[in-house]
Ligand binder design. Structure first.
Ligand code: C2O
Ligand code: CU
Length: 463
């Protein structure tokens, strides 16, 4: 049995939670901001369980429109996956829905709606699954949720989506149509050392970038003592922003990608795409240090939190620690730990997914079709599937597969396990997955605007 199969039975306790999605006014450093959130806070209260537990969560929808909850990254039963029209009926305004499922694998996950661009409001929360046999030793853990914020401050996500559908890519508020393309060569957009995700990483201008729902003027505080090993669980809950993450004065020992363990690798900084997670361990120094999430490729004030282990002056909220320009993590640096590796096997079936910009970004396609016109990827239970994601566009796409944790192909059977992976401009990237969780599973770009403008398809199989 694979790790996932063995864990689909209840072996632990029952975790019950009420979850209420509703409009709310939140305080962002003194600014009253109207948004939608879970239980009145942004991000929503962390949900914590142990692998093997049964989660029973009653969602009450007090939003003015329908919603669902998607449990991002979990290999759960298909009818609890939260995709309206595919795995469940949407939960109508005023109605409720009971989610019940076993959490199979330990790790850092999160949840959000799967309706429209609701996740680019405040509807997002961490889901932490503890390992009953945690092999790692650390003194403390801290969840850091990174988010790009516009709702109730700048334009609403719905207004932004509507504008993109009309005008296409909007860079700095200006439509691509209005731009002079004369001076822009292909090379400007290709990934480089300075611009690892390419020149255009996202088209939405956000008034603020938050860490754990806090702005840099009123930062989230990690208060501890020197010499502590702290496990940071980093989640990018953004709609259209990748973040370059660093902790001033500290190296990051990377231990998990999207919840699954890797042989630890030390770096200075890493880039987290939308929907991706990393666990890293730091050993705290003596003083006050900036924890920064710089919007990759965007001109904007970074997300900022404060790590304090001693008294003394706090770093400025616009601090740019040297680590940001230090050794940057790449997928190629990482290997899954042996026990988490996907057992090597030749693929039974291979699909190419062409990722395409259409009509100047008014639409985004997979293999020539928008979601709705897509042809599902039909497979058989038990097969080994290879997805070759071929990015034919000049933007990166954080591609996410529901219900499975794939392995990056071609790393000697030790490809990192992930459910969301950044496919760079014009890059081809292959991932393998084991078809061991039958159902209708979305595959989509986790740039919420690309996804909504068509960049989604379905992996389909029955038991
Ligand atoms: Cu994070 Cu289809 O979702
Ligand atoms: Cu995309």
């Amino acid at each position: 049995m694979t790790q996932t199969e063995s864990a689909r039975h209840v072996t632990g306790k029952v975790v019950r939670r009420e979850l209420r999605a509703a409009p709310v006014t939140v305080d962002l450093a003194g600014r009253a901001v109207q948004t939608w959130a879970y239980d009145g806070v942004v991000p929503g209260k962390e949900l914590r369980a142990t692998a093997g537990d049964l989660l029973r969560i009653r969602l009450t929808n007090d939003l003015p429109e329908e919603t669902t909850v998607h449990w991002h990254g979990l290999a759960l039963r298909n009818d609890m996956d939260g995709v309206p029209g595919l795995t469940q009926d949407p939960v109508r305004a005023g109605a409720s829905f009971d989610y019940a499922f076993v959490v199979p694998d330990p790790g850092t996950y999160w949840f959000h709606p799967h309706v429209g661009v609701q996740l680019d409001r405040g509807l997002q929360a961490p889901l932490i699954v503890e390992d009953p046999r945690e092999p790692m030793s650390y003194d403390e853990e801290v969840v850091l949720m990174l988010d790009d914020w516009t709702d109730g401050w700048g334009d609403s996500p719905d207004v932004i989506l509507e504008r993109m559908a009309r005008k296409g890519m909007v860079m700095g508020g200006m439509s691509m149509e209005g731009m002079d393309h004369g001076g822009m060569s292909m090379g400007d957009s290709m990934p480089s050392d300075e611009q690892p995700l390419g020149a255009d990483t996202g088209d939405v201008v956000y008034p603020a970038h938050l860490i754990n729902g806090r702005t840099s003027e009123d930062p989230f505080l990690i208060n501890t003592t020197p010499g502590r090993r702290i496990r940071l669980r980093i989640i990018n809950a953004g709609g259209d922003t990748a973040y370059r993450f660093a902790v001033g004065g500290h190296r990051l020992s990377v231990t998990h990608t999207d919840g699954f363990p890797v042989d630890p690798v030390e770096v200075d900084t890493l880039i987290v795409g939308m929907g991706e997670r990393y666990d890293v361990v730091i050993t705290t120094g003596d003083g006050a240090f900036p924890v920064v999430a710089v919007p990759e490729g965007k001109e904007a004030a970074p997300g900022f939190a404060l790590l304090r282990t001693a008294s003394g002056a706090a770093p400025a909220p616009d601090a740019r620690p040297a680590e940001l320009a230090g050794q940057l993590l790449s997928y190629a640096d990482l290997r899954a730990v042996e026990s988490a590796a996907l057992e090597p096997r030749e693929p039974d079936r291979e699909f190419e997914l062409g990722l395409q910009m259409v009509d100047g970004g008014r639409q985004w396609f997979i293999n020539g079709a928008a979601f709705g016109d897509h042809e599902p990827l039909e497979i058989q239970s038990g097969e080994r599937i290879r997805l070759v994601m071929r990015n034919e566009s000049m933007m990166f796409h954080p591609m996410h597969v529901h219900g499975h944790t794939f392995a990056l192909a071609g790393q000697n059977g030790r490809g990192i396990r992930k459910d969301t992976i950044n496919v760079l401009p014009m890059e081809s990237l292959s991932v393998d997955l084991q078809a061991d969780n039958p159902g209708q599973w979305l595959i989509h770009c986790h740039n919420i605007y690309h996804g909504e403008l068509g960049m989604m398809t379905v992996l389909s199989y029955v038991a």
